[in-house]
Design a protein around this ligand. Structure first.
Ligand SMILES: [Zn+2]
Length: 153
């Protein structure tokens, strides 16, 4: 199974959870964000309209407690965190180009080595303080390379 299918399986499981005959849901608290199980039905068999967060004591109706693995969450961008699949090769190319310009010893290395190093450097750039929205990515990467010493051997 690929990652998306595995994630989808989580929501399939989450919507089929029972303790005995009682359906339970895995939800996130709308107040503190903690994840907890909540009974989907009241003891009378009605759909519950009151969930209580065991962590912060917040009480609310189900709309205050979004499902932890809601339907379709595997499509949600926040779970597309596998950077290797996300990176636009053009960004690595820009990084590689800027590194070529700034270091002769780097520019003389083999293509595949430069590409691998540039990929790693770009990853570091993404997590750095130089990765900002106020400038073009080109300028951001350039500034990162100017300020962050990079060793490649
Ligand atoms: Zn809470």
């Amino acid at each position: 199974m690929n990652k998306k299918e595995l994630l989808r399986q989580q929501s399939n499981i989450a919507y089929n959870l029972f303790v005995g005959d009682d359906r339970v849901l895995l939800v996130d608290c709308g107040n503190c964000g903690a994840t907890s199980f909540q009974h989907y039905c009241t003891p009378e068999g009605e759909i519950s309209d009151n969930y209580v967060c065991p962590f912060c004591g917040f009480e609310g109706d189900p709309s205050d407690f979004p499902d932890h693995f809601y339907e379709g969450f595997e499509e949600s961008a926040e779970f597309q965190d596998n950077k290797e699949f996300e990176i636009d090769p053009y960004c690595i190319y820009v990084t590689l180009h800027l590194m070529d310009c700034s270091s002769e010893s780097f520019a003389q290395k083999a293509c595949d080595i430069r590409w691998n190093i540039a990929s790693e450097v770009y990853q570091k750039f993404i997590d750095s303080k130089y990765n900002v929205e106020t400038k073009s990515e080109y300028d951001c990467i350039e500034e990162f390379l100017t300020h962050e010493p990079i060793s490649y051997d």
